[in-house]
Ligand binder design. Structure first.
Ligand SMILES: Nc1ncnc2c1ncn2[C@@H]1O[C@H](COP(=O)(O)OP(=O)(O)OP(=O)(O)O)[C@@H](O)[C@H]1O
Ligand SMILES: [Mg+2]
Length: 255
């Protein structure tokens, strides 16, 4: 099934309920190639649920998800990843006993569908490719460190390299669920600067969630606001910031 559309990602009429809680209610929006878009809203608004549907961890009750004109809802996460969607999680998700380099190598192996005889393969597989990705996220000097020993912001860098690690095709879309969560306010800018530089240099579109309003309005080219499963605003930062409905439900309330 295909769809005539210039958008990279298009979400149409998505709904999802959990035990009577309507987590998403008729949500539609799109993200253009290379665009940096923030998806914001209070706790429980449905942001993570939306990400989980886009990357295939959850199936919607209704609606559809399109990537570059191809319908992808219902695909397993690995297939969505291979199609070009990278993902980071609300907490830093690396394998703590492995080094930074091994984490990225593992992601490259998984993307190639080669999990077998893992230990032996990992020593040699994708070593230089993994190293190059770590350099790209500013973590080249951390390659041989065990992830358990990394600071939280450094672990997020490694996780970003993992999200970018696709052997067949570089991701076209990164989904980042609160990339700066757990990061001190003064470090949030550097994490996001890294993300926006990557987006700019490699043309990767980014959809990110973020509770820090300053970060949102500094880095997003467009802001989409969810409230109790519904979209209440979608537009350039300045007009979203000025929207009375947005101010009522979100702005001025941290977290
Ligand atoms: N697996 C689940 N089972 C039951 N309810 C869920 C599940 N996942 C999410 N929910 C509910 O769906 C709603 C949306 O949750 P979601 O995690 O998507 O919100 P969020 O916007 O990411 O919030 P936060 O800012 O706190 O991360 C909430 O009411 C939540 O309790
Ligand atoms: Mg969430």
């Amino acid at each position: 099934m295909t769809h005539e559309d210039a958008s990279l990602l298009r979400i149409e009429h998505l709904s999802k309920a959990f035990d009577g809680v309507q987590a998403l209610n008729d949500v539609s929006f799109s993200v253009g190639a290379g665009e940096m878009v923030a998806l914001i809203g209070p706790n429980g608004a449905g942001k993570t649920t939306c990400f989980n549907i886009i990357n295939g961890q959850l199936e919607p009750d209704a609606g559809s998800v399109w990537l570059a004109g191809e319908r992808i809802d219902g695909w397993p996460p690995q297939r969505v990843a291979v199609a070009g969607v990278g993902r980071t999680f609300q907490t830093a998700a690396t394998f703590p006993s492995m080094t930074a380099r091994e984490n990225v190598q593992l992601a490259l192996l998984a993307g190639a569908g080669k999990y077998g005889a893992l230990g032996r393969r990992l020593a040699i597989a994708h070593r230089s490719e993994a190293g190059a990705l770590l350099v790209r996220v500013g973590a080249g000097s951390l390659s041989e460190q065990v992830c358990a020993s990394l600071s939280y912001p450094d672990a997020k860098r490694v996780e970003l390299a993992v999200a970018l690690a696709q052997p067949k095709r570089a991701p076209r879309l990164l989904l980042m669920d609160e990339p700066t969560a757990g990061t001190a306010p003064r470090d949030r800018g550097s994490v996001m600067e890294l993300v926006s530089a990557l987006a700019r240099d490699s043309g990767v579109a980014t959809l990110f969630t973020e509770h820090d309003v300053d970060v949102v309005f500094r880095f997003a080219a467009r802001v989409i606001v969810l409230d109790r499963g519904r979209i209440i605003a979608d537009g350039p930062p300045a007009s979203v910031r000025a929207d009375p409905r947005v101010q009522a439900v979100y702005l001025g309330t941290e977290g």
